[in-house]
Design a protein. Structure first.
Length: 320
């Protein structure tokens, strides 16, 4: 068993869809500005009573159903999230309890928008080393709860959601390679500075702070560099890639990256217009949508990639 291979995907978007026009009644903005700068037309927002684990549970159940396997057969659960239900236990442990799994390894990964790419890469290594046979890998966020809804420069960009996949040990490929990076020197460009101590939020507030144009440039650079790295590692020409599934931050970041890579947009999965940036959920959501609508077919070669606060970034090359 030399590979890990995806045998099921699932996703979930909260029911409530907020258009740019509705957003413009909350904060001084307009549809034209948001569409022109970001490509975003709407985002889904979780209901007040919903938690990240609620979203993750539905996505996970859908992935398990497609994989035709039960939660009891899973021996590793990793959740990529920046918006956990609690400080602890991890959302992965809460998800494990909700699914009725007892005894699997379970933990969260905090790599912000790269969370799913990090989680998938870690799960692949657990499986390749024989430490796990079947992994549930999830990206789930209620990002709307760490947004200042009076700050138009950030609140228009994000949405809530969850995506999941089941990964299994396999003789046939499978994940071909994973490439993870981080550079904490850029932590100031994108962060939520607050922390909890003495029962209260300390060191600033709990809202997203972002230097938009710096983030934009950084994202395009590393997203294109990591794809070049992944192609070179696998000695693949870009024409061998059937689908690029990038982090869905902003349509301009996605098109600029594709242009730099000389990669046709027809081969790029794009979900950002109707979902906004769902952080760690964005890549598994896009993957699941394209699997279920039949664009992604067995045997095709995919590159999944992410970038997020930290900064963190990475890519996964796989034969689906
Ligand atoms: N509606 C209307 N006007 C706005 C809004 C808004 N929502 N937000 C900002 N403006 C105004 C600004 O106040 C400014 O006005 P001024 O010229 O009178 O001062 C003007 O629009 C231009 O603002 P800029 O910030 O310079 O706009 P820019 O062209 O840089 O676009 C944007 C901003 C869309 C945030 C861009 O920088 C960007 O896409 N950055 C990447 C951010 C991103 O995707 N982050 C996601 C998280 S990171 C990740 O996932 C990796």
């Amino acid at each position: 068993m030399n590979y890990s291979r995806i045998i099921g995907t699932g996703s979930y978007l909260p029911e409530r869809k907020v258009t740019n026009a509705e957003l413009a009644t909350w904060v001084e903005t307009n549809d034209e500005w948001i569409v022109e700068r970001t490509g975003i037309r709407a985002r889904h927002l979780a209901a007040p009573e919903q938690t990240t684990c609620d979203l993750a549970t539905i996505a996970a159940q859908r992935a398990l159903a497609m994989a035709n396997c039960t939660a009891k057969e899973i021996d590793l659960i990793i959740v990529g999230t920046t918006t956990p239900d609690m400080i602890y236990p991890s959302t992965a442990c809460l998800l494990q309890a909700r699914l009725g799994n007892h005894g699997a390894t379970a933990f969260d990964v905090q790599a912000v928008c790269s969370g799913f790419i990090y989680a998938l890469s870690i799960a692949d290594k657990f499986i390749k080393t024989g430490s796990a046979k079947r992994a549930l890998v999830v990206g789930a966020e209620i990002y709307s709860r760490i947004l200042d809804w009076k700050d138009r420069s950030t609140c228009v960009l994000f949405g809530d959601g969850a995506g999941a996949c089941v990964l299994e040990a396999s003789d046939t490929p499978g994940i071909l390679s994973t490439h993870l990076h981080a550079d904490g020197a850029y932590h100031h460009l994108l962060n939520v500075p607050g922390t909890v101590a003495q029962g209260r939020l300390q060191n600033g507030d709990g809202f997203t702070k972002m230097q938009g144009s710096e983030v934009f440039k950084f994202a395009v650079n590393v997203l294109s560099e990591v794809v070049e790295e992944a192609l070179a590692y696998n000695q693949l020409d870009r024409t061998a890639i059937d689908w690029l599934i990038p982090h869905q931050a902003n349509i301009r970041i996605i098109t600029a990256t594709a242009k730099r890579l000389k990669f046709p947009m027809e081969k790029v999965i794009v979900t950002v217009p109707e979902q906004g940036n769902t952080s760690a959920a964005s890549v598994p959501l896009a993957l699941d949508i394209a699997v279920r609508d039949g664009r992604i077919q067995r045997g095709q070669t995919l590159i999944l990639e992410g970038v997020g606060g930290g900064f963190t970034w990475g890519a996964v090359v796989m034969r689906y």
